[in-house]
Design a protein around this ligand. Structure first.
Ligand code: ZN
Ligand code: ZN
Length: 353
């Protein structure tokens, strides 16, 4: 269990709009004491925070207030601050849910079934009751997939991999800046935006930027750097090298061409639920739901609580009419459902904005 945060933590923030831009000129004051979060005039109990997502300096939250779920968008002064905000809240709310869940089991005389783990990456409490032990652990709060007690066998960079916002594949999403500069006789202009996605998804954009800037050479070095970032990671990816190329084949719909790249990674990496998840998606593209289900079972064998694999597998069991397996999967996941359900709620809420 994480240690409670005793002192009052104060911070500054701005409210933002759906485009992630600050809507107030001046900063607002906020504070968090480990149980109550105050944002300007309003205070929320930690139990009212259903979900928190962070991208760079931006935090999107789903909070329950007045019997409704509301989406709050907050803009912080730095990435460090937005990260600290999310981590402090995640530690507190995951601890709250774990205590609730333990009390529920106690009431039912099943407290011996209680099991949790502290995320080595963000310190949130992950509920693992009724789940068999596995070599990997998934944190639904920071979305990190980690190998535990691996004696140095797992790749050093494995914690940077997660699902890409754009393609939904296990990859290495990061921030890319897309910039175009143009000169037209006396007028000049530029346009810039940021994108959070994997290297495969940025490749198309980086080539567009390269050609777009080619005519007006000023932006060209910038485009070349982004192109290099989009491609070099796959060559330098260590044990995960080839992942981007495999993912690119899937995105193009050529799943058969992707499989050798994934299989090569699985020969190098002892446990890799994320790569098996991608492989399952490839098999689905090839219209092989039975094999895809087997691959997802293997992913859950590597990481018992890998929620993306369990969600897809549940869907496949329904499609394949595997009632017994569906029942067994649901029995395991009903315990940890609160964490997963809250993430679903958040997705719906944010997309409604
Ligand atoms: Zn975590
Ligand atoms: Zn992607």
């Amino acid at each position: 269990m994480p240690t409670p945060l005793e002192s009052l933590w104060k911070f500054k923030f701005q409210f933002g709009n759906a485009q992630g831009q600050a809507t107030s000129i001046f900063s607002k004051k906020g504070s968090f004491d480990g149980e109550q979060l105050t944002l300007d005039q309003r205070t929320y109990a930690v139990s009212d925070i259903a979900a928190i997502e962070r991208r760079q300096k931006l935090v999107v939250m789903a909070v329950a207030a007045d019997n409704q779920l509301h989406t709050l968008i907050l803009v912080f002064g730095s990435q460090k601050l937005s990260q600290e905000f999310k981590e402090r809240l995640d530690v507190a709310r995951s601890g709250f849910w774990a205590r609730q869940h333990r009390a529920d089991l106690e009431k039912r005389g099943q407290v011996q079934d209680y099991r949790d783990a502290a995320c080595p990456n963000c310190q949130a409490t992950i509920i693992l009751s009724h789940m068999p032990a596995s070599p990997q652990l998934y944190c639904p709060f920071c979305e990190t997939l980690m190998t535990l007690n691996d004696n140095g066998q797992s790749p050093a960079n494995e914690r940077v991999f997660r699902l890409c916002d754009d393609c939904g594949l296990f990859s290495q999403p990061q921030k890319y800046t897309i910039m175009y500069i143009w000169f037209i006789v006396v007028a000049y202009g530029w346009s810039m935006r940021e994108k959070w996605c994997c290297r495969t998804c940025i490749r198309k954009e980086a080539w567009k930027m390269f050609w777009g800037n080619l005519l007006f050479v000023l932006g060209l070095p910038f485009a070349v750097i982004q192109l290099f970032r989009a491609y070099s990671g796959d060559w330098l990816g260590g044990s995960f090298r080839g992942l981007d190329t495999g993912n690119a084949r899937i995105i193009k719909g050529d799943a058969a061409a992707a499989l050798p790249y994934y299989r090569a990674i699985l020969e190098r990496v002892p446990y890799a639920a994320g790569v098996k998840y991608n492989l399952a998606k490839g098999l689905l593209h090839q219209d092989e739901p039975g094999h895809a289900a087997k691959m997802l079972e293997a992913a859950l064998h590597d990481c018992t609580n890998y929620a993306p694999a369990a969600t897809l597998l549940r869907h496949l069991y329904q499609e394949l009419g595997e009632q017994q397996k569906l029942k067994e999967l649901d029995a395991i996941w009903s315990i940890a459902e609160q964490q997963t359900e809250d993430l679903d709620v958040e997705e719906t809420s944010v997309s409604d904005e």
